[in-house]
Design a protein around this ligand. Structure first.
Ligand SMILES: [Zn+2]
Length: 100
């Protein structure tokens, strides 16, 4: 199911304060962590080695106050999950072509 801003606003909690987003204006931030789920995940920085970047949804207040993110968001299943950022693996560098 494609999620729109209205759905996000009504269903997804802020990944910094845990409050409701409550506005049509949605801030989606890519975290430098690997997503272990399929949605939402940043496809722009995907590559075979690095995987997809985890995303977080953040309310306007937290953006303005530069609040630290605690969770990513995973809405690939029936229920929304909030994986703790500290438990996610780091995303591998975007332009690392597999040399190690
Ligand atoms: Zn917030």
């Amino acid at each position: 199911m494609q999620k729109n801003n209205k759905w996000i606003s009504e269903n997804v909690k802020c990944c910094a304060c845990g409050g409701k987003i409550g506005s049509e204006h949605i801030n989606i931030i890519q975290i430098n962590k690997k997503a272990t789920w399929s949605a939402p995940a940043g496809s722009i920085v995907s590559n075979q080695a690095g995987g997809f970047g985890a995303l977080a949804v953040v309310c306007d207040d937290c953006i303005q106050n530069n609040k630290k993110l605690k969770f990513a968001v995973d809405w690939s299943g029936d229920e929304i999950k909030y994986p703790s950022i500290s438990e996610l693996d780091d995303l591998e560098p975007f332009f690392d072509m597999g040399a190690s």
